[in-house]
Design a protein around this ligand. Structure first.
Ligand SMILES: Nc1ncnc2c1ncn2[C@@H]1O[C@H](COP(=O)(O)OP(=O)(O)OP(=O)(O)O)[C@@H](O)[C@H]1O
Ligand SMILES: [Mg+2]
Length: 225
């Protein structure tokens, strides 16, 4: 039986808009993610996918529920501890790539390595190794605006991998890419899953992406469907 990396139960989250008007984004969601999983969270717009991913990514806190990340009860943590766990255990890929525009591809990846406790030399070597793995050996010194969408997302994948995270969380990783480039990115993620047993949990609207996943977690109106 593979190791449980994410075990969360009864997650609830509401957004209070006015005194009398609240959105119940999550109404008691359960989710388990095992080592080696390549899973998609799917469901209609507004069903709570991004809210769930943000909570699992320690970027937001639920109102209620239990959450254990790689054996650690993260519900009881202070923000500072959560920041350390996030940097050590998690990598993130976003729809809009979220690269720092003033830094080169290599510098973007190196910067993320700072939070994993690597020194400058180690960060440089790790960034070069990962950008080579992403087939970007000839684009290391390019700034994001000098790269195509697919290339930018490959830099973001290298950045997500830099601290050897237990899990990579991705919110619509192919959302801004054309369909050929989307497939290329998904193939790359699948390869990382297959060859390095890298665990992925991604949110997607795209049925082609969802079909490429080994498991799907379906949400509806803030609940497991
Ligand atoms: N910061 C916020 N303030 C108020 N309401 C919010 C906030 N963030 C999300 N919501 C609401 O919570 C619900 C869930 O939002 P969420 O972003 O998780 O949906 P989603 O499944 O990711 O949707 P999409 O597929 O469109 O990205 C929605 O009804 C949304 O309007
Ligand atoms: Mg969303």
């Amino acid at each position: 039986m593979p190791k449980v990396l994410i075990h969360a139960t009864g997650l609830k989250k509401h957004y209070q808009l006015t005194k009398t008007n609240a959105v119940h984004a999550l109404r008691g969601v359960n989710i388990d993610v095992f080592e080696g999983d390549f899973s998609a969270i799917i469901g209609p717009s507004g069903c709570g996918k991004s809210t769930l991913l943000h909570i699992l990514g320690l970027l937001d806190t639920p109102d209620e529920g239990q959450y254990t990340l790689d054996g650690i009860d993260v519900m009881k943590m202070k923000e500072r501890e959560a920041n350390v766990i996030r940097a050590k255990k998690l990598g993130f890929i976003f729809q809009g790539f979220n690269l720092i525009p003033t830094l080169t591809a290599k510098e973007n990846v190196m910067q993320a390595g700072k939070y994993g406790g690597m020194n400058l030399k180690q960060r440089k070597a790790r960034a070069e190794e990962l950008l080579e793995l992403m087939n970007l050996h000839d684009r290391m010194d390019h700034k994001p605006n000098e790269l195509s969408g697919g290339q930018q997302q490959r830099v973001a994948i290298a950045r997500a991998l830099v601290n050897k995270p237990a899990i990579i969380l991705a919110d619509e990783p192919t959302g801004e890419l054309d369909s050929a480039t989307s497939l290329e990115i998904i193939e790359l993620l699948k390869k990382l899953n297959r060859e390095n047993n890298q665990t992925f949990l991604m949110v997607t609207h795209n049925m082609e992406v969802a079909n490429a996943c080994k498991k799907t977690i379906q949400l509806k109106d803030g609940l497991n469907a």
